[in-house]
Write a protein that binds this ligand. Structure first.
Ligand SMILES: Nc1ncnc2c1ncn2[C@@H]1O[C@H](COP(=O)(O)OP(=O)(O)O)[C@@H](O)[C@H]1O
Ligand SMILES: [Mg+2]
Length: 456
């Protein structure tokens, strides 16, 4: 144990041999391991607490998934015991996290991981409080943002690994930072590593550090960023770009909180909470062999998906207002908002760079803006309409841009066609010279609902 007394652990698991197996795995890292059935656990915890020998940790079988109230009652009965839930698969983890457990362990149980998680669950005397901290606001409208905040709150209290998916500029880093700031680790560092920005050899050194003499330029020891994030949160951005050899090293950190500096002959231990982000489809990378399946399981414990801005146009007004406020103070310019024409232009644009692009556009417009309102002409946006010639984006692959252009055309054509024919498929198909079934399939693919075009 790192300082303090070895904890007393109550194992609540229906499997007969569970207690012995866990006692064996924990060894000297637990001062006592006791077993209890689920329905006897609260009594057991109360009794031990009353006797002045409280349990510090409850290891609760995650099958069936415990309710929030059970977890709460167990914690209270033990006089503030930490409840760790054992999930049987990574699929079960997301469910288990919802029940309010302080951490989750997956089967098969591994000694190093179990020792680490239990050690971490036991607060040092006078341990840090859990006050949430003010952080950057995440702006949004509707149920989407409410769900996001719910999920952030749910996972922030735990040490569970989080994977954030979304296009560039959708707020992945903002969400990761918010999780850290609302977590018990908020006073420790939040360390950001962009796995795509650094070449492989340098990245290994960046992440894991080296010992003096490990290579020609290594004139002194160097701590890597993994060590720098000790007791805090490590945010691995663009995780899909992490080279395979480093994926193996990261897997070790996740499994047993161990890593080795370049040129070292000793392992080091580290206590980090890991959050990853990517705009790539990791399933595809796994299928292609460029991303380890076992690492994918380990990081995909609690996935969060951030939608692109074009899928939530209602957020644009709020975000525009937010960024106008932000840059008004920074630029010292008395801009109040945007004109209706400018807003219409923003709403019609599809923001491939998402919120980052919107923020940049507003920032630029405020630098240019002469009056108190940002006007259409202050925004560097293409005029709306299907024939925005000369505006083709040649920085992206031909196939991608072509597909997008076709999609946009199809969607516009079908919308107008169904509007003109008031949702009458047979008539619309005849007019368009298309097969009725094909027309319907295409409309469905573009999310067009025939009922929408029918006369009220
Ligand atoms: N929902 C949001 N509300 C307010 N600002 C946001 C929101 N989402 C993103 N931003 C801002 O947009 C910019 C890009 O976000 P970032 O988190 O870096 O995106 P990503 O990591 O997905 O590329 C940042 O300045 C961030 O603060
Ligand atoms: Mg980013």
């Amino acid at each position: 144990m790192l300082g303090g007394m070895a904890p007393r652990v109550l194992v609540v698991d229906k499997a007969a041999g569970a207690r012995d197996a866990i006692a064996e795995l924990l060894g000297e890292h637990a001062s006592e391991v006791v077993a209890s059935a689920r329905d006897a656990a609260i009594g057991e915890l109360r009794a031990a607490h009353a006797a002045g020998t409280p349990f510090d940790v409850v290891l609760l079988d995650g099958e069936p998934v415990p309710t929030t109230s059970l977890v709460r009652e167990l914690a209270a009965a033990g006089g503030g015991a930490r409840v760790l839930v054992i999930a049987s698969s990574s699929d079960a983890i997301a469910q288990v996290v919802r029940c309010g457990a302080s951490d989750v362990v997956t089967r098969p149980l591994q000694a190093a991981e179990l020792v680490f998680r239990i050690g971490r669950a036991v607060p040092e005397s006078g341990g840090a409080g859990r006050r949430p901290r003010k952080s950057d606001v995440i702006i949004g409208a509707g149920t989407w943002i409410k769900d996001l905040y719910d999920r952030i709150a749910m996972v922030a209290a735990t040490d569970v690994t989080v994977a954030i998916f979304g296009e560039s500029g959708t707020g992945k880093e903002l969400v990761a930072r918010t999780i850290h700031n609302s977590s018990p680790r908020h006073d420790a560092p939040f360390v950001v590593v962009n796995c795509a920005a650094i070449p492989e050899q340098l990245l290994e050194d960046e992440l894991f550090g080296h010992v003096r003499g490990a290579f020609t330029d290594a004139t002194r020891d160097r701590e890597g960023l993994v060590a720098a994030a000790h007791t805090g949160t490590l945010f691995l951005d663009e995780i899909g770009e992490l080279p395979l050899p480093l994926q193996a090293k990261l897997l070790r950190v996740l499994q047993s909180q161990e890593f080795r500096r370049i040129g070292d002959d000793q392992d080091r231990r580290v206590d980090v909470r890991i959050i990853t982000a990517t705009n790539r489809d990791l399933d595809q990378l796994v299928a292609r062999g460029s991303f380890r399946q076992d690492l994918y399981y380990r990081i995909n414990v609690f996935p969060m998906h951030l939608p692109p801005l074009r899928d939530r146009p209602d957020d644009i007004v709020l975000l525009v207002h937010h960024f106008v406020q932000k840059y008004r103070a920074r630029l010292g310019k008395p801009v109040e908002g945007v004109t209706p024409a400018a807003l219409a232009r923003l709403a019609a644009y599809d923001f491939p760079g998402n919120i980052r692009e919107l923020e940049n556009k507003i920032h630029q417009a405020m630098v240019i803006a002469g009056g108190s309102q940002i006007d259409e002409d202050d925004l560097a946006l293409p005029a709306p309409g299907p024939n925005a010639r000369g505006r083709v984006d040649v920085t992206r692959p031909f196939r991608e841009v072509k597909q997008e252009t076709i999609d946009a055309f199809e969607s516009a054509y079908l919308t107008e066609l169904l509007r003109v024919h008031k949702g009458n498929l047979a008539q619309a198909a005849r007019a368009a010279g298309m097969d009725r079934k094909n027309l319907w399939a295409l409309a469905v693919r573009h999310g067009l609902d025939r009922a929408r075009f029918k006369k009220p």
